[in-house]
Each structure stands twice: as C-alpha cells, then as structure tokens.
Write a protein that binds this ligand. Structure first.
Ligand code: NCD
Length: 317
C-alpha cells in the first residue's frame, strides 16, 4: 500500500489487516504517554480544502502520537485566495520535503490527481460525495469491537446518501465484510442510480427500526444541495429522524452511529445521541488509532513498533 484513495483498494483482507493493526494503536493510545517513535523524522501534511473538525484533528493527533512532524495547510489563510492552483499548491508543499499528504477537497477524484503529482503518500480525507476511506475503517473497527464481527449484521444507513462520501465508503466496507446494508432515505436523497450497490432500500425509518443491529445516521448535507430536496426539516425528521420516541423501539444491543458533525433535532435527537447504545464518541476515539494504523502502514519501516515491547517502542520518544 502506497496511497489510500479508496476503501476499495484495501478489500476485505486489507480492512481486516488494518483492524488488527489498529488494536495495537488502541493499546498505545491507552498508555500514560501515548506516543511511540515509529515515524520520527517523517512529515505529514494535512491539505484541507473543505471544513473539518474530526478528520483533521484526528490525523494530526495520530501523526503526533507516532512522533511525525505535522504541517497544516488551511485554505482560508493561503495563497489559494490569490488564485494559486491546486497543482502549484501541491508542488510548493512537496518542495519542502514531505512524506504523506492527507487531502480533503470538494471535488471527487482529487486524491488520485494529487498522487500523480507527488512522490509522497496520499491519503483521501474525503473527496466530494465520493469516498472517505478512513471513516469506513473506523466505522468497521467500532462495530467489530462491539459485536465481534460485521458478518451477518443488518445495518441501516439512514438519510442523505446522495451527498455522502461516508455512505459510499461504508457500503463498500460493510458489505465486503459480510454485512447486509439497507439504505433508508427519501428518493430525492438517494443517488440517481443504485446499480452496482449491494444494498436494499426502505422508505421509512419505522420499517427497519426494530430489526437492525446498527443504525447509522447521516448528516443532512445542506451545503451540497443545489435545489430543495426535502419539503421541510420537520417532515424529514418525522419520517427519517432517530427521534427520542423511536429510540425506545431499538433492540437492546443495537449500535447507534453518526460520523459527525450532527444536526441535533434533525437526523438525530439528543436523547438518541446520548443513549447508552450510542457509540458516536467511540467512533471519534477509534478514529485516532485507525489513522495511526494507516500512517504507520504507509510510512513505517515495519520493525519499530509492531511486536516491540512498550519500553522498547518508547525508547527515545
Ligand atoms: C463527514 C465528512 O466530512 O465527510 N464527517 C467526517 O469526516 N466525520 C460527514 C459529514 O460532513 O456529514
């Protein structure tokens, strides 16, 4: 693996391998000093052309816990505002000597373009509506830690599938690992064609609520909507929201998930987000360990952490 533009590049075996590696970094993250020298001397850049809280901080925390140096590129304070192109920006950053770039951009396919221009590793931190592979990895990891496996689980992905890179990567990853996925959305918020998607579709959250092992709510991405795709937020919530009253009807061992940021009171009520079956905070915590595993797999020498005892791994940190 030299880049991570799509979850499809990993396949089921690759996802399983990354989850096994993540276990080691969960252990590192639980130490009193959650830091190892594995990537000392490496530089990881976050190149974010779209807003982000979780993904950017999570990658930067992961890089720091591996002792890499980090650089943050923030579009609002850069020469992009003077008209500099993506290619010139990437080449400028590359000239400083870097080892990996995490790129987020509103256009699908940008990570592949950046990989053509760069000698460094490129990780997709979200490209338009297309893919978000590390979110899929952390979601698979979160489910597997709680339920032991994804195989045979019934997972509902609810809401704005059309604009969601999370949904696209999650469908690929969940089904690769043997889960059954049902999409629950208004027709206007589904992709124009679901040909090739290994999923079924339901029209109302009430049709699936009692029978799923995982209920995954998506944010209503109003910034990507160019036309009115839902009548009103109230109607959307009535048909598709995980409301306080619906929470009562979920199975006792269901997992409630959301990638964040949440629109509370729209796709998810506070009572659902804070229910004991919600793993939304665990998703964020696991995100750091997953990204440590990805950076380590791409940039590590392979000898400096895995298998090393904590005191060896920490030596010189
Ligand atoms: C998502 C994203 O930006 O793709 N958030 C995330 O990375 N955790 C989902 C969203 O914005 O709705």
């Amino acid at each position: 693996m030299t880049n991570l533009p799509s979850i499809a590049d990993l396949g089921a075996d690759g996802i399983e391998e990354m989850m096994r590696l993540t276990d080691k970094f969960v252990e590192v993250s639980g130490r009193a000093i959650p830091k190892v020298p594995a990537l000392r001397g490496k530089t990881v850049v976050s190149l974010f052309y779209e807003d982000s809280t979780r993904t950017r901080l999570s990658f930067e925390t992961a890089a720091k816990r591996l002792s890499a140096d980090t650089m943050t590129f923030s579009v609002s304070a850069s020469s992009v505002n003077k008209g500099e192109s993506l290619r010139d920006t990437v080449q400028t950053i590359a000239a400083m000597g870097i080892d990996a770039v995490v790129v987020r951009h509103k256009s699908s396919g940008v990570p592949w373009r950046v990989a053509e221009w760069l000698g460094a590793c490129v990780i997709n931190g979200g490209d338009g509506w297309h893919e978000h592979p590390t979110q899929a990895l952390l979601d698979c990891y979160t489910i597997t830690r709680r339920r032991g496996t994804l195989s045979g689980l019934r997972i509902a992905i609810v809401g704005d599938v059309k604009h969601s890179r999370v949904a696209r990567s999650d469908v690929l990853a969940f089904t690769a690992l043997g889960a059954d996925v049902v999409l629950v959305a208004p027709r206007t918020l589904l992709p124009p064609s679901l040909e090739g998607w290994p999923v079924t579709v339901a029209d109302r959250i009430d049709d699936v609520i009692g029978s799923v092992d995982v209920i995954y709510l998506l944010r209503l991405q109003r910034e990507r909507m160019t036309e009115a795709l839902i009548p009103t937020l109230r109607e959307y919530r009535n048909r598709f929201g995980l409301t306080a009253s619906r929470v009562q009807r979920l199975a006792p061992d269901v997992l409630v998930m959301h990638p964040g940021p949440m629109n509370r009171g729209v796709e998810i009520d506070a009572e659902a987000a804070e229910d004991s079956r919600s793993v939304i905070t665990a998703q964020v915590a696991n995100g750091v360990a997953v990204r440590m595993a990805v950076l380590y797999r791409l940039l590590g020498s392979g000898a400096d952490l895995v298998g090393a005892r904590p005191e060896e791994a920490l030596a010189g940190a």
